[in-house]
Design a protein around this ligand. Structure first.
Ligand SMILES: [Zn+2]
Length: 87
């Protein structure tokens, strides 16, 4: 009950979606409202595209290597751990 009341209050505070607000358009901080997953896919796509000809060693390449290391982290665990087993 109280939740609904809060939502109503918030809706009243928010500016209308159809309202003309030129100030919002000029502010770059409020523009990116795309879903995070979509942005991540775009970034990954961009990085893969960047390194497709080969790593050139720039900042984007370093980002790619970091992302790749994280994404492939799971597969490292599937490798049989050598040296940890002692019988
Ligand atoms: Zn590069």
């Amino acid at each position: 009950m109280s939740e609904l009341r809060q939502k109503n209050d918030k809706a009243e505070l928010l500016p209308g979606p159809a309202g003309s607000s030129p100030a919002l358009e000029e502010s770059p901080q409020l523009v990116p409202q795309a879903p995070v997953a979509e942005v991540m896919r775009e970034q990954l796509d961009y990085l893969l595209d960047h390194v497709s000809p080969g790593l050139c060693g720039c900042a984007e390449c370093q980002r790619y290597q970091r992302v790749r290391a994280i994404l492939l982290e799971v597969f490292r665990d599937r490798r049989p751990a050598a040296g940890t087993q002692r019988s």
